[in-house]
Design a protein around this ligand. Structure first.
Ligand code: ATP
Ligand code: MG
Ligand code: FE
Length: 347
């Protein structure tokens, strides 16, 4: 069965074709980062308009690289939430129109379910996939959550951030040091050159007994250090790198510690990392060390599928079909709606 995936919840238009027998056939992505850079953040109206221009050419690109005709598509999986309403509407309207024209069913997908299941896409064979139940740490631009994943569509929230998401903390801290937008990857590259220990930043909620996080205080602590250093003179590259290092060490320590706490609390031995911050090298290294010591298996998405993409949406659609959750109707009702706010546990 061939499933087309469509992602347009924020600033990436992603399309992909996943075959339940042969795996991922093709995927194509357009990131709007360059367009939003001038504004220092995503401008929703510009995002929607750009999705409109990209979605059809990207579909054609996917079909031609998979050497498939659109009539070979069996079902269309599409992100219907959460995200920017206008951006979601573009991908969703396109999906339903295409489904109506081709007489194919639609599988509405929760964006975070796409992220959450993306590490399973990295396994070469289904037997190498992490087995349910497992712990998932979702660390993206908009979310930081620890979930217990009991199966496809069965997600129990164990803890989450009370304020900023981890990716948001990366981006905001990067902005304080003029590292561009979105600054997470740039801050992380800079941190690699930094000297640990020169600055000491707080580890928010490290010792709280729950599995919640809080990162806005960490960002404020970065601001305080930046201001202090600016008062002494210009913020040089070495100082920026040392601040970046201190920030990254703090956030990584908290994330790793809460993952271990979740594993201990549930007695589970498999951990899955998902979302853009899952691309962070220091986080991966720290998790690998901590997990190896505790005989815990840790799984990551391919680097290219950590941030938003169509492949994870097509794949989530395929897993829903295989789990009997897709509810593929013989006569689809093509009325649709999007869900800008949507709780994953409610699936
Ligand atoms: P959500 O999925 O919660 O709606 P999103 O789709 O915007 O949010 P993602 O695309 O999963 O989030 O991830 C983007 C975030 O990941 C950004 O905040 C970005 O700075 C961060 N990020 C990407 N690469 C790295 C890295 N190597 N180190 C740290 N942060 C990173
Ligand atoms: Mg994005
Ligand atoms: Fe995302």
């Amino acid at each position: 069965m061939k499933i087309l995936g469509i992602e347009s919840s924020c600033d990436e238009t992603g399309l992909a074709l996943y075959d339940t027998e042969r795996g991922l056939l093709a995927h194509a992505l357009h990131s709007q980062i360059a367009m939003h850079q001038a504004y220092g953040g995503v401008v929703p109206e510009l995002a929607s308009r750009d999705h409109i221009q990209r979605v059809l050419p990207l579909l054609n690109e996917v079909l031609s690289s998979a050497q498939c005709d659109k009539t070979e598509i069996d079902a269309i999986a599409c992100t219907v939430g959460p995200g920017l309403a206008g951006a979601l509407l573009v991908g969703t309207a396109f999906a339903y129109a295409l489904g109506y024209a081709l007489d194919k069913p639609i599988i509405p997908i929760h964006h975070l379910e796409g992220h959450l299941l993306s590490p399973l896409l990295a396994a070469k064979t289904p037997s190498e996939r992490p087995a349910f139940p497992f712990i998932a740490l979702l660390v993206s631009g908009g979310h930081t959550q620890l979930m217990q994943v009991n199966g496809v569509g069965d997600y129990v929230l164990l803890g989450e951030t009370l304020d900023d998401a981890a990716g948001e903390a990366f981006d905001k801290s990067a902005k304080l040091m003029d590292l561009g937008y979105p600054g997470g990857p740039a801050l992380s590259r800079l941190a690699e050159q930094g000297t640990p220990g020169r600055f000491n930043l707080p580890r928010p909620m490290l010792h709280s007994k729950d599995l919640d996080f809080s990162f806005s205080g960490l960002k404020t602590a970065v601001l305080t250090v930046v201001k202090q250093e600016c008062q002494r003179g210009e913020l040089d590259e070495v100082t920026k790198a040392d601040i970046a290092r201190a920030f990254q060490e703090a956030i990584v320590e908290v994330l790793v510690s809460k993952c271990l706490q979740a594993l201990k609390q549930t007695g589970l031995k498999e951990l899955v990392i998902a979302g853009g911050v899952g691309a962070n090298k220091q986080l991966r290294a720290a998790l690998n060390t901590a997990c190896a010591r505790r005989k815990v298996q840790v799984h990551y998405p391919d680097l290219q599928f950590c941030t938003d993409n169509g492949a994870m949406i097509a794949f989530a659609g395929a897993l829903r079909v295989q789990a009997g959750l897709a509810d593929l109707p013989l006569h689809q009702d093509y009325r649709f709606t999007v869900k800008p706010r949507w709780n994953l546990s409610s699936l």
